[in-house]
Design a protein around this ligand. Structure first.
Ligand code: NAP
Length: 312
């Protein structure tokens, strides 16, 4: 990868969307580089089991992403571990600036930087991160074998992770701020059938307290009456959705009020040649299969865009 070459396509983010885009871009013979600052695979590598990727009834998240990456590399995709710090739209070429100061010129850019866990922003959350507070059951669940943990949230992530933690821990309080789960029906049924999971309805966390060995208890607040109480717990797992990682989205690109990028059906933004895929893009559902489909769509659209520019 050098500053002098002009890429057809720079993909930023090696989640399922970025890796799928890499596969389709290489099959379309685009001169492509995929930039990833962490491990390839995105959020999926944190999932113990993925059960809804068509064709694979049950697969480990990290394993599935390894297959995506291997598949992309089999076409000779250049996958590089760098940090992109800015995307600068241009008339002739777009520029992707890297943390080390290098600037990559490219006809098209696909942004697939996903999202990060949303925080509760309550006392103790930051201070006790890594000392009992976690945003990843697969990463940290092992430390809570036969212990009591609190899981916060009522969506697919919270229920799925609570079910995972039920295999390890003694008891789980699933704390949800209202009286109905947001999670899909199958996950709801499984949670209700799991004896170790106790749902605390209409309840919010007001704070996380520390003892000598990390988290010792949480403060709970009834969201209807405002009544507060303390509950002993060894760990707190927070799954309350996530924020889109939109820091690299250039000024002038349309985003909705929640910070997700608005695209057309080709995943193209309002700046020609700049595409957004996966969880960063405004859409109805966030799923691996949809991120992968976005990657395909954007790469095919980018191939057409690059071909047209080169011909003109
Ligand atoms: P989500 O669907 O947005 O659910 C977030 C949950 O956290 C909701 O129950 C919400 O409560 C609660 N919440 C939000 N902010 C809160 C706050 N400040 N305090 C307390 N509770 C709060 O997020 P997610 O579960 O991370 O899922 C994200 C996306 O990924 C979804 O589209 C989901 O379908 C998808 N996903 C799919 C799978 C799967 O298919 N197996 C697995 C994981 C994730 P309310 O319900 O009251 O809003």
């Amino acid at each position: 990868m050098t500053q002098d070459e002009i890429y057809d396509l720079v993909i930023i983010g090696a989640g399922p969307g970025g890796l799928s885009a890499g596969i389709y871009a290489k099959r379309a013979v685009l001169h492509t580089v995929l930039i990833e600052k962490a491990v390839a695979g995105g959020q999926v590598v944190l999932s113990d089991e993925v059960e809804n990727y068509p064709g694979l009834e049950r697969v480990n998240g990290a394993g599935l992403m390894q297959q995506f990456a291997d598949h992309a590399r089999s076409y000779g995709l250049e996958l590089t571990h760098e940090e992109a710090v800015a995307v600068e739209p241009g008339l002739k070429h777009h520029t992707v600036r890297l943390a080390d100061g290098r600037r990559l010129q490219t006809h098209a850019v696909i942004l697939g930087t996903g999202g990060s866990p949303r925080k509760l922003n309550i006392p103790g959350e930051n201070e006790l991160y890594g000392k009992g507070v976690s945003y990843c059951a697969v990463c940290d669940g092992f430390f809570f074998r036969n212990k009591t943990v609190v899981v916060v949230g009522g969506g697919d992530s919270a229920t799925e992770e609570a079910l995972y933690l039920a295999k390890l821990t003694r008891h789980i309080y699933l704390v949800h701020r209202r009286d109905a789960l947001r999670a899909g029906r199958i996950l709801q049924q499984r949670v209700m059938a799991q004896d170790k999971i106790e749902i605390l309805w209409n309840t919010a966390l007001s704070g996380i307290n520390a003892g000598a060995d990390g988290v010792s208890s949480v403060g709970l607040k009834d969201t209807r009456t405002g009544r507060e109480k303390e509950l002993a717990a060894d760990g707190v797992f927070i799954f309350i959705g996530f924020e889109p990682n939109n820091q690299l989205v250039p000024a002038g690109i349309r985003m909705n009020a929640d910070g997700y990028v608005v695209t057309d059906e080709k995943c193209e933004t309002n700046i020609p040649g700049i595409y957004v895929i996966g969880d960063l893009r405004e859409k109805f559902a966030k799923q691996i299969v949809i991120a992968a489909a976005d990657g395909c769509t954007a790469a095919l659209a980018a191939a057409h865009y690059v071909e047209t520019r080169k011909a003109g």
